[in-house]
Design a protein around this ligand. Structure first.
Ligand code: NAP
Length: 487
């Protein structure tokens, strides 16, 4: 892609920026504003309103009112709406990708990949709308039980900044498919993509009250959404401490919960692995979005016999990654979201070196300045910190192991359990690892584990609930059983 076409995309992305929140089809201002920055240029991109509690309550009331209508629409109508929404997202994909790059900083090509991935959820659930099948069960007493899948009710969704489009659609598309309505609070760092997606949904025929996007103070919005008895479910993606807080806030109203929380994924390279496949998988898993993904390998365990060969290939591949601004041709690694993210990466590298680790490539801020950090490979040191803290940056720490049992034990030593990755050519070994690893999603010879057809979610302190697939839809329904006493 040429610099000129990338500049044109950037302009189209800017044109999608709205400085208002979207409440039941109306663009509304608030009491003050939340500034939104461009993390690559370190300039102000715009702002969104700081809504009052009363304005958020209005969005909730409208979602409850719209639920009565939307939940009774025929499945074919809900599916048709989702298809129409997906068509509009397809048509706007370049501008949406540019908007993601502007507010998140990820390279344009990667942002375009995110829009397509985000839209795959809308399409998948468009097809699923007509397949909300229940069961017929014969009881021991000779009765017949029918099960109905009914939408849980108005839903609150709270999302993070690292996937400004995909985190929205994998919740909202499932919710609309089930017949739920949604009040969404996007991350304050990346609200514009969420607003643009909601605008497209309303253009595609969704009743206005069925999708509101509220912006502003996290505690004010969180307080209303978690406290309201009208909201019947909260789907949250973000950090584990905030997830715990929100779950506690939801307890008095006993909402159904989905908690997609932090991770500290292990990646294991067994001694029989194809090292080229392992390196390719490591790069895809670790360096996407500059390492700012919940599934990205946080600690890499390599069998001692292949450690050196793997490190040589990994360091060479990582050194070749192009760091650049999002609209620079060929850019592969963008900036970290903010100074806090940068400081954490620097801290993890410094602590690893202090513990005896070596920097094989990278290990410092990038010459571009701002939030840019060099893609880094570390060899050795102590994995203790990486069990408990997500680096959330382009740093691959590698540790050696001597036996399969040791690798699995170290993989499971973390309180988190979102993703894990294993590389091996031995099917028995792969299956043993698949059974033993404590994670919600596992990649075997793959660094990518996210797909609309794949149930995605964590165990342990990475949360509960699943997104994508029929399991993701189940998170938005309640099962009603009807007993037919046949005489
Ligand atoms: P975060 O600080 O937990 O924020 C996530 C969302 O929660 C944002 O919208 C944030 O609003 C909001 N929030 C924060 N405090 C709140 C409160 N007291 N009440 C209501 N809402 C509140 O996480 P983040 O830094 O944006 O995202 C990174 C984290 O997300 C990482 O831990 C990553 O692993 C995790 N993640 C998990 C998955 C998954 O599927 N498991 C996917 C992606 C990311 P503001 O933006 O206004 O602060």
């Amino acid at each position: 892609m040429t610099e000129a076409s990338l500049a044109a995309h950037a302009a189209a992305g800017r044109a999608l920026i709205r400085d208002k929140a979207l409440v039941a089809g109306h663009w509304v201002a608030g009491d003050g504003a939340v500034e939104v920055d461009d993390p690559a240029e370190r300039t102000r991109l715009g702002s969104v309103p700081r809504l009052s509690a009363a304005q958020v309550e209005e969005a909730v009331a409208q979602a409850a009112a719209a639920f009565a209508d939307w939940s009774r629409r025929k499945p074919v109508e809900r599916g048709r709406f989702l298809s129409a929404w997906a068509d509009r997202v397809d048509a706007a994909e370049q501008a949406l990708a540019a908007l993601i790059s502007l507010e998140n900083g990820k390279p344009y090509a990667e942002a375009l990949g995110e829009v397509r991935y985000a839209n795959s959820f809308i399409r998948w659930f468009a097809g699923q709308a007509e397949r909300m099948d229940g069961e017929v069960i014969a009881t021991s007493a000779g009765d017949t039980v029918l099960t109905f899948k009914e939408p849980v009710g108005p839903v609150a969704a709270i999302t993070p900044w690292n996937f400004p489009a995909a985190m929205i659609t994998r919740k909202a598309a499932a919710a609309f498919c089930a017949g739920c309505t949604v009040v969404l609070k996007p991350a304050s760092a990346t609200p514009f993509t969420a607003l643009a997606l909601a605008e497209l949904a309303l253009e595609a025929g969704l009743p206005p009250g069925a999708f509101s996007v509220v912006t502003g103070d996290q505690a004010v919005i969180g307080g209303v959404l978690t406290g309201s008895p009208l909201i019947r479910k909260l789907s949250f993606t973000g950090s584990t401490p905030v997830g715990r807080l929100l779950a506690a806030q939801c307890a008095p109203t006993l909402k159904k919960l989905s908690m997609e929380l932090g991770g500290a994924a292990p990646l294991i390279v067994f001694e029989d692995a194809d090292l080229d496949v392992a390196v390719e998988g490591t790069i895809k898993g670790k360096f996407r979005n500059a390492g700012q993904t919940c599934v990205c390998p946080n600690r890499i365990y390599v069998h001692a016999r292949v450690r050196e060969a793997y490190l040589d290939r990994l360091a060479a591949a990582v050194a070749a990654l192009k760091v650049g601004k999002p609209f620079e041709a060929g850019a592969q690694i963008g900036p970290l979201i903010d100074d806090k993210g940068l400081a954490k990466v620097e801290d993890h590298v410094a602590r690893t070196v202090a513990a005896g680790g070596r920097v094989l490539t990278g290990g410092a801020r990038h010459a571009l300045g701002g939030g840019f950090y060099q893609p880094t490979v570390l060899d050795g040191g102590d994995d203790e910190m990486f069990l408990h803290e997500e680096t959330f940056g382009p740093v691959a720490p590698v540790f050696a192991f001597d036996s399969d049992d040791e690798a699995i034990a170290r993989a499971n030593a973390s309180e988190f359990g979102l993703a894990a990755f294993v590389f091996t050519r031995d099917l028995d070994r792969a299956m043993r690892a698949a059974r033993a690893v404590e994670a919600g999603v596992l990649g075997v010879n793959s660094g990518l584990v996210s797909n609309a057809a794949n149930p995605f979610g964590g165990v342990k302190q990475s949360g509960y609930g699943r997104e994508g697939s029929v399991y993701g839809l189940d998170d938005y329904v309640q099962v009603k059983s009807v007993t037919l006493a046949l005489r």
